[in-house]
Design a protein around this ligand. Structure first.
Ligand SMILES: *[C@@H]1O[C@H](CO)[C@@H](O)[C@H](O)[C@H]1NC(C)=O
Ligand SMILES: *[C@@H]1O[C@H](CO)[C@@H](O)[C@H](O)[C@H]1NC(C)=O
Ligand SMILES: *[C@@H]1O[C@H](CO)[C@@H](O)[C@H](O)[C@H]1NC(C)=O
Ligand SMILES: *[C@@H]1O[C@H](CO)[C@@H](O)[C@H](O)[C@H]1NC(C)=O
Ligand SMILES: *[C@@H]1O[C@H](CO)[C@@H](O)[C@H](O)[C@H]1NC(C)=O
Ligand SMILES: *[C@@H]1O[C@H](CO)[C@@H](O)[C@H](O)[C@H]1NC(C)=O
Ligand SMILES: *[C@@H]1O[C@H](CO)[C@@H](O)[C@H](O)[C@H]1NC(C)=O
Ligand SMILES: *[C@@H]1O[C@H](CO)[C@@H](O)[C@H](O)[C@H]1NC(C)=O
Length: 765
């Protein structure tokens, strides 16, 4: 059992709303006093205020001064003892620096850890989270890496709803607990791992996989650490493993993390420029840049200018006098500054490139000869210029043709030709090779409005092709060496025809990344159904649960028993779609099979991952059986695989089984005297599926057969399933599911792979 000690909390949403009025009143008073007061606010706020060695520059401002552009940019300059002051945003996030040119701020982020405590034989956890939702701040995807240190560690980084949109993770192991092959400066899975984060992340939390703990290696490395931090500030040192507190101490428990901020007076520059009053780019020589998700903008000085683009006057963007900054703008000749740039010419009597040392050569020829040469040269230049122009035109023509051929090349590259031949040989029907144009038209050029799901493996679009609704999945790119395998998988996949498997209709290979086209399943996922059940808005009978389980098991069994078995690898409730009549349809394989063979990339979803897999990194059919066991357990208990307290359902199940308290764990909605025999047999089945190590787990075929028997049992067939009326779904509590990480909330009327929480763990072996 784990003991959650000091689960730390950073309350970031602010209580500053009472301050807005004061701020606005101040501004109002200033405006009344002086018609030019728009500038007056900034005049007193022109110069940076220092706080603990950090320059607080506009649009930021110390909260007492009323200088900040908006409450989100207010900085508290707090006394932290011994005469030391430190700046904080949102009351308790320490600010390290502000970069107005890039629209970034560096703050300190607590390092989360999991340490084995020998005296209590428990893991002590400290997990940090930060919530910037509803603020102008986002974690920078380019500057930060999720960094994990440890010898037996799997840490996850997740957004708010940890079974929701975004979750990734990173495995760090030391083979047999030894430090062989662990190298300073190299962070590649041995003792240290790093993973990138998506754009626009505004919520951050850390979870540790509890089945990978340091109890076995506590004398060497009792602690595992995880933190989202500035990548350039990190360099791996083996001492982080040999002296366990070293990493934590190096950073004083908090590492720098880079935030991107934007001005949110308008969503885009275009909208902002309309209202000059609120337009934040006050300086001359300024350019405005839209944020990537068009929820704000930043200002920046034009090239050759520096200063604060948010300020008018002397502190705004000013011409850089390059001639005075020889270190950044070298000039070995005569330097002439001009607005926005500079000229660097060789001294009189010499010529060449004066910006390179020794780039100027003394002129050997007299002015007269130079003139003569000049005339000849110009004539030649005109001649060659004409020729050159012709050549360029010819080249452009070739380029245009190349562009036309490119789609064809992608096709070849992805093994399109092989696929065609295979299809011809097999007389394959029902599988379509879509044209690039068809896909582009159907998705309106991959417009955001068509996106129904986003995950680690790709993006899913809804589209209509030839009057048929389809789901188009854009896979990650595949590499050259695996294209043959990919095509073979495709040929197998498209032949899979099973009532409980989402049908692959075809593909399009004329893009950089392959596109897979699936039948569109209108309705919910099993995960969403269980959410409805949990909130008691819908009653799913035991019979229906067992039938859904049996159908899903059947589908997996079918995939496993193909001549060339297909492993799903990410079996979870969010991947079981429910068609009309709550018929289960297993989805989300295809793209996944592309990477499946590279065992260096374990994947799965927390709560569903087979602990065996984490040890072996070799995907087998047994892993799918384990994950399926978790689904069955969810169906019986109505609980999530990871509870809000991050306790895993499988652990609770095993404890309850050994204590004989299973009944308490079961969903009271399905428990009654009559059904107990069936429920008990189902629980036995769960137990068999979850056995670790997995060698004695039943095959999916056996599981499916047993479930079918249970679903057909008279006890469970008594109570009929009330129909799922789509209207019910409108009342779904969207609270957690529509939290908008990517700036757009999609009303979930239809099915989606949206709640994918694909784990793409990066690590090397
Ligand atoms: C994060 O902040 C947003 C906006 O203040 C709030 O709606 C949301 O509930 C917060 N999330 C958590 C987990 O506190
Ligand atoms: C701002 O700084 C400049 C030079 O550093 C100084 O001349 C000016 O008086 C300062 N303005 C205010 C309002 O403090
Ligand atoms: C800083 O001071 C503000 C205002 O007095 C207070 O609300 C906040 O909690 C302080 N923060 C820290 C980290 O001490
Ligand atoms: C380890 O556990 C014991 C007993 O629960 C506790 O008193 C002690 O503070 C823990 N040690 C650490 C380092 O947390
Ligand atoms: C560590 O993990 C192992 C298996 O993964 C488990 O048996 C053990 O109870 C765990 N120990 C702690 C302290 O969590
Ligand atoms: C990391 O960031 C801290 C805090 O800003 C700074 O003191 C330290 O010098 C940085 N280290 C490196 C290697 O950049
Ligand atoms: C890491 O450092 C911080 C601050 O020094 C301290 O509070 C925390 O307990 C340390 N963590 C561990 C695991 O020692
Ligand atoms: C001079 O050399 C610099 C540095 O190699 C180069 O960037 C620049 O284009 C050159 N200028 C001319 C006029 O060739």
């Amino acid at each position: 059992m784990s003991h959650h000690r000091g689960a730390a909390v950073a309350a970031i949403c602010a209580a500053f709303y009472q301050n807005i009025w004061i701020w606005m009143l101040l501004l109002g008073a200033a405006l009344a006093a002086d018609p030019l007061a728009g500038a007056a606010t900034s005049s007193q706020c022109q110069n940076a205020t220092k706080c603990g060695g950090v320059d607080i520059v506009y649009p930021f401002g110390v909260s007492s001064s009323g200088c900040a552009l908006s409450p989100d940019f207010e900085v508290d300059c707090n006394h932290t003892g011994n005469g030391v002051h430190k700046p904080f945003i949102f009351k308790n996030v320490e600010l390290l620096s502000i970069d107005v040119q890039l629209g970034q701020a560096r703050v300190r982020n607590h390092i989360s850890y999991a340490c084995y405590n020998i005296s209590s034989d428990e893991m002590n956890f400290y997990r940090w989270w930060l919530n910037f939702s509803g603020t102008p701040y986002r974690f920078s995807d380019s500057a930060n890496k999720f960094t994990v240190i440890g010898c037996r560690t799997l840490a996850y980084i997740a957004d708010e709803d940890y079974v929701g949109r975004y979750m990734s993770g990173c495995v760090s192991v030391c083979r047999r607990g030894e430090l062989i092959g662990v190298t300073d400066g190299v962070c590649s899975g041995k003792g240290c791992c790093q993973t990138a984060i998506p754009k626009g992340l505004d919520y951050y939390q850390v979870l540790f996989e509890e089945s990978m703990n340091t109890s076995g290696i506590y004398n060497r490395t009792p602690c595992s650490y995880a933190v989202l931090m500035e990548a350039s500030n990190f360099s791996f040192s083996t001492t982080y493993l040999t002296s366990p507190l070293e990493f934590n101490n190096t950073y004083g428990g908090q590492a720098p993390v880079v935030l991107d901020w934007t001005i949110q007076t308008a969503n885009t520059c275009k909208e902002a420029e309309v209202n000059l009053e609120s337009y934040a780019c006050k300086s001359d020589k300024v350019k405005c840049i839209d944020s990537f998700d068009r929820t704000g903008y930043i200002c920046s000085c034009q090239d050759g200018y520096q200063g604060n683009p948010y300020l008018q006057g002397p502190n705004g963007c000013q011409d850089i006098n390059e001639c005075q900054h020889g270190e950044s703008y070298p000039c070995y000749g005569d330097c002439y500054n001009k607005p926005g740039s500079f000229d660097c010419l060789c001294h009189a009597g010499s010529s060449g490139n004066a910006t390179i040392q020794g780039g100027c050569r003394k002129d050997l020829l007299s002015p007269k000869t130079r003139l003569a040469i000049g005339v000849v040269a110009s004539v030649l230049a005109v001649l060659f210029g004409f020729l050159g122009w012709e050549v360029i035109r010819h080249k452009q023509k070739i380029k245009r043709q190349a562009l036309l051929r490119q789609t064809d090349e992608f096709f070849q590259q992805h093994g399109g030709q092989i696929l065609l031949e295979m299809m011809k040989a097999d007389g394959n029907d029902g599988f379509t090779l879509y044209k690039r144009g068809e896909i582009e038209t159907a998705t309106n050029n991959f417009s955001k409005a068509h996106v129904i799901g986003e995950g680690g493996q790709g993006t899913v679009y809804k589209a209509v092709i030839d009057g048929v609704a389809v789901a188009i999945k854009k896979c990650k790119e595949i590499d050259e060496s695996r294209k043959m395998e990919f095509v073979q998988e495709l040929v197998i996949l498209c032949r899979v025809s099973h009532p409980n498997i989402v049908k692959l209709l075809g593909c399009c290979l004329q893009f950089e990344a392959p596109m897979l086209v699936y039948e569109f399943v209108q309705n919910k996922t099993l995960q969403e159904l269980l959410d409805l059940q949990r909130s008691r808005r819908f009653h799913v009978t035991l019979g229906t649960r067992l039938r859904i389980a049996a159908e899903s098991a059947d589908a997996l069994s079918h995939l496993h028993s193909l001549p060339h078995p297909i492993l799903h690898g990410d079996v979870k409730t969010a991947n079981i779609l429910l068609a009309n009549g709550l018929v289960a349809k297993v989805s989300d394989f295809g793209c996944s099979t592309i990477d499946e063979r590279t065992q260096a990339v374990p994947k799965g979803t927390p709560g569903y991952i087979d602990p065996d897999y984490l040890v072996e990194y070799q995907l087998t059919t047994r892993n799918d059986v384990y994950s399926f066991g978790v689904i069955l357990l969810e169906l019986l208990t109505g609980r999530r695989p990871l509870s809000k307290e991050r306790k895993s359902l499988t652990l609770m199940f095993q404890e309850a089984r050994s204590n004989g308290t299973i009944i308490e764990l079961l969903d009271s909605d399905i428990v009654d005297e009559m059904s107990m025999r069936v429920i008990k047999r189902a629980a036995d089945l769960v137990s068999q599926c979850l056995v670790v190590p997995g060698t004695t787990r039943p095959s999916m075929t056996l599981v499916a057969a047993e479930l079918r028997r249970l679903a057909e049992a008279d006890e469970v067939k008594r109570s009929p399933q009330p129909p799922l009326v789509l209207e019910d779904l409108r009342f779904m509590d969207m609270g957690s599911t529509t939290n908008t990480l990517y700036g757009e909330s999609r009303t979930s009327g239809a099915y989606s792979l949206e709640k994918k929480a694909v784990l793409s763990i990066e690590f090397a072996r």
